[in-house]
Design a protein around this ligand. Structure first.
Ligand SMILES: Cc1cc2nc3c(=O)[nH]c(=O)nc-3n(C[C@H](O)[C@H](O)[C@H](O)COP(=O)(O)OP(=O)(O)OC[C@H]3O[C@@H](n4cnc5c(N)ncnc54)[C@H](O)[C@@H]3O)c2cc1C
Length: 243
């Protein structure tokens, strides 16, 4: 799929070979999660491996939660911060020596996380619906589930192709599409965006709400433009566009 500006609107080339013209575009193409390479993690994504404490914290409450943060990456402390309300039994797995300085270690430990720097061999199903972290030294650690903080990238290049502004500023872990917080319009007039591609607060209900909000303002803009054209054709001045 490809899209480009065309006069007052846009031309969209579909994978089928068909080309359509449109006055507006709503981008809702989502993000791609870049998962850790550990054997068994990808296969258990969404069942034994999670990223969102708000989506899956309840299921793992009071259980032993593993937090896989290779090297002790920067979002490890945020994961611990968000998960310690669900369980006091947290193990941070760094899969090798962590690049954590002394204050970072002290903070994590004060927040209740154990730090395990052993190299991982695999992540497997365990007994009773649980899971186990398998270390290269042959030992195993039973867990109720594993949390990761995957990096993300835009699933589609459409936003960039259309010239939409992307926010790459810290502390965002990914380049999200910049939108007006009221209308959902991107930095390109007539192009709106909703859902995961607009920011790190990612859930079904937020994505649906973003889509509904954008649709409200897209229709508003189209109706206002059509009304303006009708009034101009009738030789009348534009009225109030209300809401
Ligand atoms: C493992 C996992 C578990 C989750 N659990 C929960 C949960 O329990 N509760 C919750 O609320 N949220 C959960 N989420 C988050 C939720 O799935 C997302 O927030 C939501 O799906 C985002 O919707 P979206 O429409 O923005 O993007 P997506 O759901 O990613 O949809 C984007 C769609 O656009 C399509 N697309 C992309 N590019 C193109 C193109 N060029 N042409 C045509 N189509 C294209 C993609 O194929 C995809 O179908 C979970 C996410 C994951 C990964």
């Amino acid at each position: 799929m490809d899209a480009s500006s065309a006069g007052e609107g846009f031309t969209v080339a579909l994978a089928s070979g068909e080309t359509v013209t449109t006055r507006q575009i709503l981008l809702a193409t989502g993000m791609v999660d870049e998962l850790p390479e550990t054997v068994g993690v990808r296969e258990r994504w969404g069942t034994g491996v999670h990223h969102c404490p708000y989506c899956h914290g309840w299921e793992l409450r009071d259980g032993h939660i593993g937090i896989l943060a290779p090297g002790g990456e920067p979002f490890a402390e945020l994961r611990v911060t968000l998960l310690r309300g669900w369980s006091s039994n947290l193990t941070l797995l760094t899969d090798g020596s962590a690049s954590l300085d002394r204050p970072a270690r002290q903070r994590l430990e004060a927040l209740g996380a154990r730090i395990d720097e052993r190299r991982l061999r695999a992540y497997e199903d365990g007994p009773d619906g649980g899971y186990r972290v398998c270390f290269e030294d042959g030992e195993e650690l039973p867990v109720a589930g594993l949390f990761v903080a995957p990096s993300q990238h835009q699933r589609s290049g459409l936003a960039e192709t259309l010239g939409c502004g992307l926010d790459t500023a810290e502390p965002n872990p990914a380049p999200f599409v910049v939108i007006d917080s009221t209308s959902g319009e991107t930095t390109v007039s007539g192009v709106y965006a909703a859902g995961d591609l607009t920011g790190p607060a990612q859930s079904v209900i937020l994505a649906a709400a973003g889509g509904a909000r954008a649709a409200y303002f897209m229709n508003h803009a189209l109706a206002a433009a059509d009304a303006q054209a009708a009034l101009t054709a009738a030789g009348l001045p534009a009225g109030s566009d209300g809401d």
